[in-house]
Ligand binder design. Structure first.
Ligand code: CUA
Length: 454
């Protein structure tokens, strides 16, 4: 008996050692252990209930195993086989009823929570609606009725991509759509995941309590670049959110327009015209399809680029948003993010040197420089809007080290350079307004992008 108690105590200690490890998960941007919304907490309460019931069952079963193996082991004094037992009605009824009760204790609150969550997402009376379209492989975000006034005098959708801003302490109902494959919308620190299913409207309600930057990702395998279908959620005070909405609707302003031809940002450089087949910029072009495109051929429609230089990341959370990474991305999108649809859309290798360096290149270095300069210039007059409590870029997460390995261009190979003005370091959200670089300095694409890790 003494030995079984000692063994049992060791088991309990080993089990207890796991608890601090779990507690540390709080610092991980992908943890669900410490939810920052009431919706997340109701799910977390279920998790805790099941966890502690599991602890009780585990300890009880381990105790029985240790006790019976010690108590009933063969001893020297034993000369014959022990009594052989076949069937024990009381025991069998007991171990059927106890698990049934345990399952009931789990099932009732679980089903209640599920139906309450559905009901909360249907009740939009006090909620802000945000429509999210799962694309391959990025997220399109619509704020219905919050965009600029359209030609018919009605407000349009405010459209952005891969970066969702929502006000603090405001119930938000996400309506989730897809016209391609099944995705899953997940912001681990805020609440549970919800599948995004073609032909269905799925809903998820979140009332974020704490300002800050949260990471989200697609949690359902959806094709080649599924792992790089991520997004940022910025929860901020209502006033900051309103400022952002105003800035988005105003579109880019003129003070940074020195980078664009003739000082007018509404006039994109010629190199940008190909981009406008798939991308929209408020105040510049709104021709490309957005939302659920009925025409399957428009599957290539790309992210809305309004105030792109104010976002934290490029390529749906893959790259930190810097001019160098933008240049790298434009030079060879298929190499940076395998499978994406921008790759190969605009063939146009301009010279053999570049073709050798970037075999799958679709734009020349000159084109890239012009486009990067133009996109970096797309900022509001007052600089990029506040983005709440910065968490840093996604690449500074706890699990850095999964960066995609990119070939470094050999020394001496031409970096994309070109005519027109150049910028470096402009437009990161931390920096606010862009800062012009030395005249004539080329943008070198980052040899290895600062990649971001889940
Ligand atoms: Cu979308 Cu995985």
């Amino acid at each position: 008996m003494f030995r079984s108690v000692v063994l049992f105590a060791i088991l309990v200690m080993v089990f207890g050692a796991v608890a601090p490890v779990l507690a540390q998960q709080d610092t991980n941007p992908y943890t669900h252990i410490d939810p920052k919304s009431p919706e997340g907490r109701t799910i977390q309460d279920l998790y805790k209930l099941i966890f502690w019931m599991g602890v009780v069952v585990f300890i009880f079963v381990q105790f029985l195993i240790v006790y019976t193996s010690m108590r009933f082991k063969r001893r020297r004094t034993h000369t014959s086989r022990p009594a052989q037992v076949h069937g024990h009605r009381t025991l069998e009824i007991t171990w059927t009823i106890i698990p049934a009760i345990i399952l009931l204790i789990i099932a009732v609150p679980t089903i209640t929570t599920i139906y309450n969550a559905y009901a909360a997402a249907e009740d939009t009376e006090e909620a802000m609606i945000v429509d999210v379209y799962g694309k391959q492989w990025w997220w399109e975000i619509h704020y219905p009725g919050m965009g600029p006034v359209g030609e018919d005098g009605q407000p349009t959708d405010l459209v952005t991509a891969n970066e969702i801003r929502i006000p603090e302490d405001q119930k938000v109902v996400f309506r989730l759509y897809s016209n391609n494959v099944i995705h899953s919308f997940w912001i681990p620190e805020l609440t549970g995941k919800m599948d995004v299913i073609p032909g269905h409207e799925r809903r998820l309600s979140i009332t974020p309590e704490t300002s800050g930057t949260y990471y989200g990702e697609c949690a359902e395998f959806c094709g080649v670049a599924h792992a790089w279908m991520r997004f940022v959620v910025k929860v901020q005070p209502q006033a900051e959110f309103d400022t952002w909405v105003t800035a988005m609707n105003s579109g880019p302003d003129t003070p940074t327009a020195a980078f664009a031809p003739e000082g007018d940002v509404s006039r994109a450089p010629a190199e940008f015209s190909a981009c406008l087949l798939c991308h929209n910029v408020t105040g510049v072009s709104e021709a490309a399809a957005e939302g659920i495109a009925t025409d399957p051929s428009s599957v290539g429609a790309g992210p809305n680029l309004t105030l792109l230089s104010c976002r934290d990341t490029l390529a749906a959370g893959l790259l930190e948003n810097t001019p160098e990474n933008l240049a790298l991305w434009l030079l060879n999108p298929g190499h940076v993010k395998e499978g994406n649809y921008m790759h190969g859309v605009t063939p146009g290798i301009k010279n053999q040197d570049e073709a050798n360096t970037y075999p799958n290149q679709v734009l020349s270095g000159e084109d890239v420089t012009a486009i990067v300069n133009y996109l970096e210039s797309l900022q509001p007059a007052a600089g990029c809007p506040e983005d709440g409590v910065a968490r840093g870029n996604m690449n500074t997460g706890a699990n850095a080290g999964n960066a995609p390995v990119l070939a470094t261009p050999a020394a001496g190979t031409p970096a994309p350079t070109g005519g027109g003005e150049d910028v470096t370091g402009a437009g990161s959200s931390e920096a606010g307004a862009g800062t012009p670089a030395t005249e004539g300095e080329p943008i070198a694409p980052a040899a290895t992008p600062v990649a971001i890790n889940p």
